[in-house]
Design a protein around this ligand. Structure first.
Ligand SMILES: C[S@@+](CC[C@H](N)C(=O)[O-])C[C@H]1O[C@@H](n2cnc3c(N)ncnc32)[C@H](O)[C@@H]1O
Length: 339
């Protein structure tokens, strides 16, 4: 009789579940990965290495080609072959903005690339990123979006969606039939046939409305963007990707609840002020134990900016470009977004 349990060719049972990581460890892995790619971005800028060339993102092959043309392979290899962690290189990496020598920059670049590609950095990061979609941790956040959209949508309109930070082509946003097409991007696609590997900040501006979207989904992405200024830049960039030829376009923004409920510098109303300054009005909100889901609408017929914060000068980002304490208690976090 055939066994009811599937076996691999080695005779071991097939794993039914993918390996899991505890959430605290997952957050640590993700923070480290974002630090690495942030430093890589700074180093590449200082060495004048473009992150995207002829539509191709900078990868190990391209980096090595450039390093060869700079005649600095020895320094790169030194970093690549260094032990991990190396306290001297780690220290230098934290100061890349002020490091004078190209030699040091190239050595740190080798060290970073080796950690990402050779030491399992990328693989661990992708695994850690899927933790949030685990059913035990709230599951697929786009279910909330689809529920809202089923009520507000015009059935005669085709809603095009851009999903930033996509982990699966089988999430509600993709299979509900409410959005068509859904363009999925992620820094590191774990399914290249369906999810394009792309940093949203490097996505080329659309040439026309035909390439723009009705909805941008940005679920649990903003909290992984490394600095308050870059978070603000990401929110500001949305407008280039939303259609101008329809009355309403939308941004679905999902954040861990503590980003707005337990931060010294950010509250829900301050986040809404930022969005309002950028031309969006909050229309839907749902809070679970750990997550806040928000839907913002941009109405091309109503561009007035409604702000709750009196300190903001009309027409400028004013107070929204400066960190301001909105509350302060022990144990609070420092999450913030600045324009
Ligand atoms: C925790 S996952 C969230 C995934 C999913 N959207 C969800 O709601 O569960 C965050 C994802 O955002 C991606 N990400 C972060 N910054 C990004 C950027 N600038 N462009 C594209 N993807 C980005 C990361 O690669 C990661 O896969």
């Amino acid at each position: 009789m055939l066994s009811r349990h599937r076996k691999t060719v080695t005779g071991n049972p097939v794993l039914k579940r993918r390996p899991t990581i505890k959430p605290v460890k997952a957050r640590r892995i993700i923070r480290r990965f974002h630090l690495l790619i942030n430093k890589r971005r700074i180093i590449c800028a200082q060495l004048k290495l473009k992150l995207v060339e002829n539509g191709e993102e900078l990868n190990e092959k391209l980096i090595k080609k450039k390093i060869k043309s700079l005649n600095m392979e020895k320094d790169y290899d030194e970093g690549w072959n260094a032990s991990h962690p190396d306290s001297v290189i780690e220290n230098c990496m934290l100061k890349v903005q002020v490091l004078p020598s190209n030699k040091d920059l190239v050595r740190i670049l080798g060290y970073i690339m080796s950690e990402i590609l050779q030491k399992g950095g990328l693989q661990n990061y992708q695994l850690a990123s899927t933790i949030g979609q685990d059913k035990n941790r709230g599951g697929d956040s786009s279910k909330v979006l689809v529920d809202w959209f089923r009520k507000i949508r015009d059935p005669n309109h085709r809603y095009r969606a851009l999903e930033i930070g996509s982990l699966s082509a089988k999430n509600a946003i993709s299979i509900s039939g409410v959005f068509e097409p859904v363009v999925r991007i992620d820094l590191n696609s774990n399914d290249p046939a369906y999810i394009e590997r792309q940093d949203f900040m490097d996505r080329p501006d659309p040439a026309s409305d035909a390439e723009r979207f009705d909805l941008i989904s940005c679920s649990l992405v903003l909290n992984f963007v490394p600095t308050p200024q870059l978070r603000g830049a990401m929110l500001s960039r949305f407008q280039n990707f939303l259609r101008m030829d329809v009355k309403s376009t939308y941004v679905f923004l999902v954040l861990p609840l503590p980003c707005v409920s337990n931060s010294r510098y950010m509250s829900e109303s301050r986040l809404c002020d930022i969005m309002s300054f950028l031309g969006y009005e909050k229309t839907h909100k749902h809070e679970s134990y750990k997550i806040i889901y928000l839907l913002f609408e941009r109405n091309t017929e109503n561009t007035s900016v409604k702000l709750s914060n009196d300190a903001i000068e009309p027409g400028t980002a004013g107070a929204l470009s400066k960190k301001q304490i909105v509350r302060d208690k022990p144990g609070m976090n420092n999450f913030s977004v600045l324009l």
